[in-house]
Design a protein around this ligand. Structure first.
Ligand SMILES: [Zn+2]
Length: 267
Protein backbone atom coordinates (compact mmCIF):
# COMPACT_ATOMS: atom_id res chain seq x y z
CA UNK A 1 0.00 0.00 0.00
CA UNK A 2 3.01 2.28 -0.02
CA UNK A 3 2.19 3.36 -3.59
CA UNK A 4 -1.06 4.77 -2.29
CA UNK A 5 0.48 7.79 -0.61
CA UNK A 6 2.02 8.78 -3.95
CA UNK A 7 -1.25 8.27 -5.81
CA UNK A 8 -3.06 10.39 -3.21
CA UNK A 9 -0.60 13.22 -3.84
CA UNK A 10 -0.43 12.81 -7.61
CA UNK A 11 -1.61 16.40 -8.16
CA UNK A 12 1.53 17.60 -6.41
CA UNK A 13 3.93 15.53 -8.52
CA UNK A 14 5.28 16.00 -12.02
CA UNK A 15 7.62 14.09 -14.26
CA UNK A 16 11.28 15.03 -13.52
CA UNK A 17 12.23 14.27 -17.14
CA UNK A 18 9.70 16.33 -19.10
CA UNK A 19 7.71 18.22 -16.47
CA UNK A 20 4.26 16.91 -17.43
CA UNK A 21 1.65 15.61 -14.99
CA UNK A 22 1.43 12.00 -13.89
CA UNK A 23 -1.50 9.67 -13.98
CA UNK A 24 -1.68 6.26 -12.40
CA UNK A 25 -0.85 3.32 -14.62
CA UNK A 26 -1.32 0.05 -12.78
CA UNK A 27 1.01 0.35 -9.80
CA UNK A 28 3.09 3.05 -11.54
CA UNK A 29 3.17 6.79 -12.08
CA UNK A 30 3.21 7.58 -15.78
CA UNK A 31 3.47 10.97 -17.48
CA UNK A 32 1.92 12.08 -20.78
CA UNK A 33 5.16 11.18 -22.57
CA UNK A 34 5.32 7.67 -21.16
CA UNK A 35 8.05 8.18 -18.53
CA UNK A 36 7.18 5.65 -15.86
CA UNK A 37 8.20 5.46 -12.22
CA UNK A 38 7.28 2.72 -9.79
CA UNK A 39 6.71 3.48 -6.13
CA UNK A 40 8.77 0.93 -4.21
CA UNK A 41 7.18 -1.27 -1.58
CA UNK A 42 9.65 0.37 0.78
CA UNK A 43 7.79 3.68 0.50
CA UNK A 44 9.80 5.76 -1.94
CA UNK A 45 10.02 6.53 -5.65
CA UNK A 46 13.31 6.46 -7.54
CA UNK A 47 13.08 9.46 -9.89
CA UNK A 48 16.76 9.49 -10.95
CA UNK A 49 17.71 5.99 -12.11
CA UNK A 50 20.74 7.29 -14.03
CA UNK A 51 22.23 9.25 -11.16
CA UNK A 52 25.90 8.72 -10.40
CA UNK A 53 26.52 7.07 -7.03
CA UNK A 54 26.81 9.58 -4.19
CA UNK A 55 30.00 9.93 -2.17
CA UNK A 56 27.76 10.12 0.87
CA UNK A 57 27.48 6.47 1.74
CA UNK A 58 25.30 4.45 4.06
CA UNK A 59 27.80 4.47 6.94
CA UNK A 60 27.85 8.26 6.86
CA UNK A 61 24.06 8.51 7.03
CA UNK A 62 23.92 5.96 9.86
CA UNK A 63 26.51 7.93 11.83
CA UNK A 64 24.55 11.11 11.21
CA UNK A 65 21.34 9.46 12.36
CA UNK A 66 22.89 8.34 15.67
CA UNK A 67 24.11 11.90 16.24
CA UNK A 68 20.70 13.34 15.42
CA UNK A 69 19.00 10.91 17.78
CA UNK A 70 21.41 11.81 20.57
CA UNK A 71 19.90 15.31 20.55
CA UNK A 72 22.80 17.45 19.33
CA UNK A 73 20.48 19.16 16.83
CA UNK A 74 17.32 19.41 18.94
CA UNK A 75 17.65 23.18 19.45
CA UNK A 76 18.26 23.58 15.75
CA UNK A 77 15.09 21.61 14.96
CA UNK A 78 13.08 23.72 17.42
CA UNK A 79 14.36 26.92 15.83
CA UNK A 80 13.44 25.74 12.33
CA UNK A 81 9.99 24.64 13.51
CA UNK A 82 9.46 28.05 15.04
CA UNK A 83 10.31 29.71 11.70
CA UNK A 84 7.78 27.58 9.79
CA UNK A 85 4.28 28.91 9.22
CA UNK A 86 1.74 26.97 11.29
CA UNK A 87 -0.25 24.33 9.40
CA UNK A 88 1.96 24.36 6.31
CA UNK A 89 0.18 22.39 3.58
CA UNK A 90 3.21 21.18 1.65
CA UNK A 91 6.75 20.91 3.02
CA UNK A 92 9.66 19.88 0.80
CA UNK A 93 12.97 18.86 2.36
CA UNK A 94 15.41 19.25 -0.54
CA UNK A 95 18.53 17.22 0.27
CA UNK A 96 16.86 15.40 3.17
CA UNK A 97 19.62 12.85 3.88
CA UNK A 98 18.47 10.17 6.32
CA UNK A 99 15.23 12.09 6.92
CA UNK A 100 15.56 12.85 10.61
CA UNK A 101 14.98 16.59 10.08
CA UNK A 102 12.18 15.85 7.61
CA UNK A 103 10.23 13.70 10.06
CA UNK A 104 10.58 16.33 12.79
CA UNK A 105 9.37 19.16 10.54
CA UNK A 106 6.41 17.73 8.67
CA UNK A 107 3.56 19.62 7.07
CA UNK A 108 0.16 18.19 6.09
CA UNK A 109 1.99 16.69 3.10
CA UNK A 110 5.76 16.26 3.24
CA UNK A 111 8.25 15.34 0.54
CA UNK A 112 11.79 14.22 1.34
CA UNK A 113 14.12 14.40 -1.67
CA UNK A 114 17.70 13.21 -1.86
CA UNK A 115 19.96 11.99 -4.64
CA UNK A 116 21.37 9.26 -2.43
CA UNK A 117 19.38 6.05 -2.56
CA UNK A 118 21.12 4.86 0.62
CA UNK A 119 19.84 7.94 2.44
CA UNK A 120 16.28 7.52 1.16
CA UNK A 121 16.26 3.82 2.07
CA UNK A 122 17.21 4.75 5.63
CA UNK A 123 14.65 7.55 5.69
CA UNK A 124 11.81 5.40 4.36
CA UNK A 125 12.64 2.55 6.74
CA UNK A 126 10.13 3.39 9.44
CA UNK A 127 7.13 3.75 7.12
CA UNK A 128 4.91 6.77 7.69
CA UNK A 129 3.28 9.39 5.46
CA UNK A 130 6.33 11.25 4.08
CA UNK A 131 6.71 10.97 0.30
CA UNK A 132 10.34 9.89 -0.05
CA UNK A 133 11.98 10.44 -3.41
CA UNK A 134 15.40 9.67 -4.84
CA UNK A 135 15.88 12.62 -7.13
CA UNK A 136 17.93 15.53 -8.28
CA UNK A 137 17.67 19.07 -6.89
CA UNK A 138 17.97 20.33 -10.46
CA UNK A 139 14.79 18.46 -11.54
CA UNK A 140 12.47 18.37 -8.54
CA UNK A 141 9.50 16.07 -9.29
CA UNK A 142 6.97 18.64 -7.98
CA UNK A 143 4.70 21.09 -9.79
CA UNK A 144 5.27 24.84 -10.11
CA UNK A 145 4.10 26.85 -7.11
CA UNK A 146 3.19 23.80 -5.03
CA UNK A 147 5.37 24.13 -1.92
CA UNK A 148 4.71 26.22 1.22
CA UNK A 149 7.96 25.55 3.04
CA UNK A 150 11.16 24.45 1.37
CA UNK A 151 13.78 23.12 3.77
CA UNK A 152 17.38 23.05 2.51
CA UNK A 153 19.42 21.91 5.47
CA UNK A 154 23.18 21.38 5.22
CA UNK A 155 22.64 20.66 1.57
CA UNK A 156 23.49 22.16 -1.82
CA UNK A 157 20.87 24.42 -3.38
CA UNK A 158 19.41 25.06 -6.80
CA UNK A 159 17.67 28.39 -6.37
CA UNK A 160 16.00 28.54 -9.80
CA UNK A 161 14.34 25.21 -9.12
CA UNK A 162 13.48 26.22 -5.54
CA UNK A 163 11.82 29.39 -6.86
CA UNK A 164 9.86 27.33 -9.38
CA UNK A 165 8.34 24.89 -6.87
CA UNK A 166 7.63 27.41 -4.09
CA UNK A 167 4.27 29.12 -3.83
CA UNK A 168 4.41 32.91 -4.32
CA UNK A 169 4.21 33.39 -0.55
CA UNK A 170 6.29 30.30 0.24
CA UNK A 171 9.20 30.24 2.66
CA UNK A 172 12.73 29.00 2.02
CA UNK A 173 14.56 27.86 5.15
CA UNK A 174 18.22 27.17 4.54
CA UNK A 175 20.53 25.90 7.26
CA UNK A 176 24.23 26.58 6.86
CA UNK A 177 27.24 26.00 9.13
CA UNK A 178 28.42 28.97 11.17
CA UNK A 179 32.09 29.85 11.42
CA UNK A 180 32.61 27.78 14.58
CA UNK A 181 30.70 24.73 13.34
CA UNK A 182 32.58 21.58 14.41
CA UNK A 183 35.55 23.80 15.27
CA UNK A 184 37.03 21.02 17.42
CA UNK A 185 37.24 18.77 14.34
CA UNK A 186 38.80 21.59 12.33
CA UNK A 187 41.42 21.98 15.07
CA UNK A 188 42.08 18.21 15.07
CA UNK A 189 42.56 18.18 11.30
CA UNK A 190 44.92 21.14 11.42
CA UNK A 191 46.71 21.62 8.12
CA UNK A 192 44.99 18.61 6.57
CA UNK A 193 41.88 20.77 6.35
CA UNK A 194 41.28 21.89 2.80
CA UNK A 195 39.75 25.19 3.84
CA UNK A 196 40.61 26.65 7.17
CA UNK A 197 37.88 29.20 7.62
CA UNK A 198 34.32 29.06 6.51
CA UNK A 199 32.18 31.98 5.50
CA UNK A 200 28.51 32.12 4.61
CA UNK A 201 28.76 35.30 2.62
CA UNK A 202 29.15 33.54 -0.74
CA UNK A 203 26.10 31.38 0.02
CA UNK A 204 24.06 34.41 1.01
CA UNK A 205 25.03 36.35 -2.07
CA UNK A 206 23.94 33.48 -4.34
CA UNK A 207 20.68 33.04 -2.45
CA UNK A 208 19.99 36.78 -2.72
CA UNK A 209 20.06 36.63 -6.51
CA UNK A 210 16.67 34.86 -6.46
CA UNK A 211 15.29 35.30 -2.97
CA UNK A 212 15.00 38.08 -0.49
CA UNK A 213 16.61 37.19 2.80
CA UNK A 214 14.20 38.19 5.54
CA UNK A 215 15.99 36.93 8.63
CA UNK A 216 19.13 35.17 9.87
CA UNK A 217 19.07 33.21 13.12
CA UNK A 218 22.29 31.98 14.72
CA UNK A 219 22.22 28.88 16.94
CA UNK A 220 25.45 27.95 18.74
CA UNK A 221 26.09 25.41 21.50
CA UNK A 222 29.02 23.32 22.69
CA UNK A 223 28.30 19.78 23.91
CA UNK A 224 30.36 17.12 25.69
CA UNK A 225 31.09 14.02 23.58
CA UNK A 226 31.62 10.33 24.24
CA UNK A 227 34.37 8.70 22.20
CA UNK A 228 31.76 6.83 20.16
CA UNK A 229 29.95 10.05 19.34
CA UNK A 230 33.29 11.64 18.44
CA UNK A 231 33.85 8.83 15.95
CA UNK A 232 30.37 9.36 14.49
CA UNK A 233 30.99 13.09 14.08
CA UNK A 234 34.30 12.35 12.34
CA UNK A 235 32.68 9.96 9.89
CA UNK A 236 29.61 12.09 9.11
CA UNK A 237 31.31 15.32 8.15
CA UNK A 238 32.63 16.09 4.67
CA UNK A 239 35.56 17.80 6.46
CA UNK A 240 37.23 14.39 6.83
CA UNK A 241 36.64 13.16 3.25
CA UNK A 242 39.86 11.78 1.85
CA UNK A 243 41.48 11.40 5.28
CA UNK A 244 42.07 7.89 6.66
CA UNK A 245 39.80 7.46 9.71
CA UNK A 246 42.59 5.62 11.59
CA UNK A 247 44.77 8.69 11.40
CA UNK A 248 42.27 10.67 13.47
CA UNK A 249 42.31 10.45 17.25
CA UNK A 250 38.62 10.40 18.18
CA UNK A 251 39.54 10.03 21.85
CA UNK A 252 41.00 13.51 21.90
CA UNK A 253 37.67 15.07 20.92
CA UNK A 254 35.87 15.65 24.21
CA UNK A 255 33.43 18.29 23.04
CA UNK A 256 31.82 19.58 19.88
CA UNK A 257 30.41 22.93 18.82
CA UNK A 258 27.21 23.05 16.80
CA UNK A 259 27.20 26.55 15.33
CA UNK A 260 24.69 27.05 12.55
CA UNK A 261 22.77 29.81 10.88
CA UNK A 262 19.19 29.55 9.70
CA UNK A 263 18.51 31.73 6.66
CA UNK A 264 14.86 32.65 6.22
CA UNK A 265 14.01 33.82 2.72
CA UNK A 266 11.05 34.57 0.46
CA UNK A 267 10.59 35.00 -3.29
ZN1 LIG B 1 7.85 12.65 -18.62
Amino acid sequence: MSAEKFFNSIDLLRCPVCGTAFSTYGASLRCANGHTFDPSRKGYVHFAPNAAPSRYDKALFEARRRIMRAGFYDTVIETIRHAMPKDAEVVLDAGCGDGTFTKALQGKTTVGLDLSKDAILLAAGGGGPVLWAVGDLTAIPLRDGSVDVLLNLFSPAHYAEFARVLKPDGTLLKLVPGESYLREIRALLGDRLRRETYSNEAVISRLSERFSLTDRVRIANTFPLTEEQARDFLSMTPLTFGIAPDSLDAGSLSEITIDVELLIAHK
